[in-house]
Every structure is written in structure tokens, then in C-alpha cells.
Design a protein around this ligand. Structure first.
Ligand code: AQP
Length: 332
């Protein structure tokens, strides 16, 4: 069975709709026919300041949300990144095979560090993509389901894997990004030129899955569109409407063409109201399941212990091969 691997940061008390539609939904689908490894990447989260108690709690909430979204620990391996020390270990090795210039070209780092300023930007944030390289290569993943914003990091992963394989011997599977065009980039509801992100300029543009559904419905209803009135799909001229249509399509299963026909002769308000209803219907059982998992911390711990054990079985083999290939002396 093909191997898939992906991760999500526990950096907020709730995933947002972009995380879900861009990544987590595909994780759930892919667990059926693949050997799937999914993790909450707490080591990535500490590249920016975190309150220790909040980080610990958010890690649990993240795991509960993944289960609430439909991950099944019987079908996939679900774990926390720091429970598998091989990530940090291979991360260091891959740092030593990454060019400084190469790492400096990562646009996510450039954007984030420009916002933070050089005194608060950590070296960890700079090498974040290299840790992600290690995350993927440890599991010999064939495919990595992510949103569009991770494409460049995946290209770095492929480059480093090829470099290593050429210099030593075939060691790593070269992974492919698994990015679904329709949901690769969910946009901010208030600023359809920017991707939906937890660091959004205005909370009104961000749909958090664990927020009160009524508040989210309001956000859909006040989404920024344009001065036209016809519901049609045009990413360039009508990015706000295009984003709402793509979200509707993802939640309802209807194609964008079907939706455009459905909303013919209706105004934007109809699209927004329907979308608010669709989301509310979808999110209620998701929230209920998530709360259910959070109410049983012992079960959550069992899932994570088993997940880490299964992950280490694979990760330790890769790390041992890498250490051997590069010439580290095995411990006696
Ligand atoms: N807007 C989005 N559309 C589609 N996919 C998205 N992803 C994130 N935003 C969108 C995908 O979600 C997965 C987890 O990403 P992450 O761990 O980087 O989550 P995050 O830090 O919560 O993402 P943000 O909100 O984008 O954070 P900041 O503001 O810190 O950059 C990934 O597969 C990602 O592609």
C-alpha cells in the first residue's frame, strides 16, 4: 500500500476551515487505501513562542479534532511528533545537507520573518522546512497531503532526498505533493486576496471549527464579495465569490458549475445563507465528536502511545540507515 504522511501544528485552540478543507479532509479519505501516518507537529509549533501549558492543551485538542474529523486509529497511525525522537535526529542530519542559500529562498520564512523582525525570529523558524523534510523522509512517504502553501517545502524535500540518494545510495523514497486544486487555498472571508490563516488581520475572516457555530454563520453572511450581483465563478475578478463557491462545493459535494446554475437569478445573500447552513450542519457533529474525545484523556493517551510506537518502528529503521550511510559510528 502506498505510504502517506502529513502533519498539523497545535498552534491554536482550534483548526480553521482552511486546515480542514486543505489538508485534514484528505487525510481522512487517504487512510482507507494507504498506509497513513499523521501527526501533530509540536516541534514545529515551538519555532514561535508558546506558553507551555497552552501548548500541551492545544496538542490534546488537536489530536481530538483529528479524531473528530474522522481519523481512525485502527486505520492510520496517529501520533505526536515529539514522541518520536527520530524527527529531531534526522532533522539535524538534513540541516547539514541543506544549503544556507537554499533555505533562505523559502517564501514562508521570508513572509513570517518579515512580519516578526529579525530579533524575534528564531533559527528554528528558519530551519522549520528542513525539519519537515525529515518528517516526510523518515517514513519513506510516497505522497504528502497538504495545502498549496506547503508546495515549496515539498520541493525542498524532493531535492534533498535526491541529493542524498545520489551522494550515498538510494535511501529515501521521493515523495509527491498531494494537493487538491479546489481546496488547496481557502481564502480569508474578509480579504479574499489572502489565504485563510490563524494569523489573519481580522478574526471576521477566519472560520475556527471549534467556535460557536452561530458566530461562524455570521462570518459567512458578512463575507466580502464585490459590487456585481451575479453568482459566477471568476477567481481573478470575483475572488470572494469564487472562494465561497469552492467552500460550498467542498461541503455540499456539488460541482461549482452545478452551484452557479443553482444560484442563477439569486443574489449573493442566497449563496452566503446556504453556505452558513451547510457549515453549521457539518460542524455540529464534528464538535460533538471532538468534545467526546477530549472528555476521555486516558483513551487519547492510549491512542498516542500506540501511534508513537508504530511510528518509531518505521522511523528508527530509516534513521539507522542514514546514520550508517553518512559514517556515524554505531554505539557498541
Ligand atoms: N487557507 C488554507 N487553505 C488550504 N490549506 C491550508 N492549510 C493552512 N491554511 C490553509 C493547510 O493546513 C495544514 C496544516 O497547516 P499548519 O500546521 O501550517 O497550520 P497553521 O499553522 O494553522 O496554518 P496557518 O493558519 O496558515 O498558520 P500561519 O498563519 O502560522 O501560517 C497544511 O497542510 C497547510 O497547507
Amino acid at each position: 500500500r502506498p505510504r502517506v504522511l502529513s502533519g498539523i501544528q497545535p498552534t491554536s485552540g482550534s483548526f480553521h476551515l482552511g486546515n480542514y478543507l486543505g489538508a485534514v479532509r484528505q487525510w481522512v479519505d487517504l487512510q482507507e487505501a494507504n498506509d497513513a501516518f499523521y501527526m501533530v507537529v509540536d516541534l514545529h509549533a515551538i519555532t514561535v513562542p508558546q506558553d507551555p501549558a497552552v501548548l500541551r492543551e492545544n496538542t490534546r485538542v488537536s489530536v481530538a479534532q483529528l479524531l473528530g474529523a474522522g481519523l481512525d486509529p485502527e486505520r492510520c497511525t496517529l501520533f505526536v511528533q515529539s514522541h518520536v525522537p527520530e524527527h529531531a535526529q534526522l532533522g539535524w542530519v538534513m540541516n547539514c545537507f541543506t544549503g544556507f542559500g537554499e533555505a533562505s529562498r523559502m517564501t514562508q520564512f521570508k513572509d513570517k520573518s518579515a512580519k516578526q523582525g529579525s530579533d524575534t525570529t528564531t533559527v528554528g523558524l528558519f530551519t522549520y522546512p528542513v525539519l519537515m523534510v525529515a518528517d516526510v523522509l523518515l517514513y519513506q512517504a510516497d505522497a504528502v497531503p497538504v495545502g498549496e502553501d506547503q508546495r515549496q517545502h515539498l520541493e525542498l524535500t524532493r531535492d534533498l532526498a535526491e541529493r542524498f540518494n545520489t551522494r550515498f545510495a538510494p535511501t529515501f523514497t521521493i515523495p509527491k505533493p498531494y494537493i487538491l486544486k479546489e481546496t488547496a487555498k481557502i481564502m480569508d472571508l474578509q480579504d479574499p486576496g489572502a489565504k485563510m490563516s490563524k494569523s489573519a488581520a481580522s478574526p471576521k475572516g477566519l472560520i475556527n471549527l471549534l467556535d460557536d457555530a452561530k458566530a461562524s454563520a455570521k462570518k459567512f453572511k458578512s463575507a466580502v464579495t464585490d459590487t456585481d450581483t451575479v453568482v459566477s465563478y471568476d477567481e481573478e475578478k470575483k475572488p470572494g465569490v469564487a472562494n465561497l463557491l469552492r467552500i460550498h462545493s467542498a461541503l455540499s459535494g456539488q460541482s461549482v458549475d452545478q452551484l452557479v446554475a443553482h444560484f442563477e437569478g439569486k443574489m449573493y445573500g442566497a449563496l452566503k445563507t446556504e453556505l452558513a447552513e451547510l457549515f453549521t450542519e457539518w460542524v455540529a457533529p464534528f464538535q460533538e465528536r471532538t468534545q467526546g474525545y477530549l472528555a476521555d484523556p486516558a483513551e487519547l493517551d492510549r491512542v498516542l502511545a500506540r501511534g508513537a510506537e508504530k511510528a518509531r518502528e518505521v522511523a528508527s529503521v530509516t534513521l539507522e540507515t542514514v546514520y550508517d550511510r553518512i559514517g556515524l559510528l554505531p554505539a557498541a
